[in-house]
Design a protein around this ligand. Structure first.
Ligand code: NI
Length: 247
């Protein structure tokens, strides 16, 4: 069930049987020569929407711009400052809790978002902690690539050149969702270099085509379909554990 295509009476009815919502969260940033700029938003969105449609849990709108300051030397990247993102997440959390949601499962597609999302959770809990009252809601952060079984599939599909940015796996997931937007681009070197992430100019100097450690020319629709299938089942199980207060 998708919030974007539901009516308010349908959400009111949903709240009478569940107080949980899954919110995909990602980024719009360059993903190398053949990766879609929306990759980190698309991956959690497609997995969450397929899982929500199969299982019946509610999937919120995708929080689709995040922490991408280090990608800003590449055209098309969009970023929030950490303080802006924390403030925006407060308003998203307050909107959902105002309607009675008590379990907010943030399903993330971008490693650069992790610290800021956790800071936003601390901001959300802080007023309750300082008042000495229990918070009437709980937030959880899960990265799609950490769901049970997903890492094994990615490693089997791409034993060499998976990398850490513009990975073969994440590009495969987007090609599965949008097969008409596959881009066949020759890349040199075949596997991109590794190194630290600092500011935007330093990033572009170290990683001229945007990739880190990866060979995403290996990406296929079939690999994306397998990854989404494994992730979808694992997400349903993990969401139920959280919604049922078991972790
Ligand atoms: Ni990514």
């Amino acid at each position: 069930m998708q919030l974007s295509t539901a009516s308010w009476p349908e959400i009111e009815a949903y709240l009478s049987r569940s107080r949980g919502i899954v919110i995909p969260i990602g980024s719009h940033e360059q993903h190398g020569p053949n990766g879609l700029i929306g990759t980190d938003a698309i991956c959690p969105e497609v997995i969450a929407q397929e899982a929500g449609d199969e299982d019946g849990f509610l999937v919120g709108p995708t929080f689709n711009v995040g922490q991408a300051q280090h990608h800003m030397a590449f055209p098309g990247s969009v970023t929030l400052r950490p303080s802006t993102m924390i403030a925006a997440l407060q308003d998203w959390i307050s909107s959902f809790t105002r309607h009675g949601f008590t379990r907010l499962y943030f399903f993330n597609g971008h490693g650069g978002n992790i610290a800021t999302i956790n800071a936003a959770f601390s901001e959300a809990y802080a007023p309750w902690s300082l008042r000495g009252e229990p918070a009437p809601f709980a937030c959880k952060l899960v990265n799609w690539w950490e769901l049970r079984g997903v890492g094994e599939v990615c490693k089997r599909r791409f034993p060499v050149g998976e990398g850490s940015h513009a990975t073969a796996s994440e590009v495969s997931v987007t090609y599965y969702k949008y097969p008409g937007f596959q881009k066949r681009v020759s890349m040199d070197p075949k596997i991109a270099p590794n190194g630290p992430i600092r500011d935007a100019a330093d990033y572009r100097a170290r990683f001229p085509d945007g990739r880190i450690g990866s060979d995403p020319s290996q990406a296929t629709v079939a690999a994306g379909a397998e990854i989404v299938g494994v992730a979808r089942a694992a997400l349903i199980a993990d969401v139920h554990r959280f919604f049922d207060d078991a972790g």
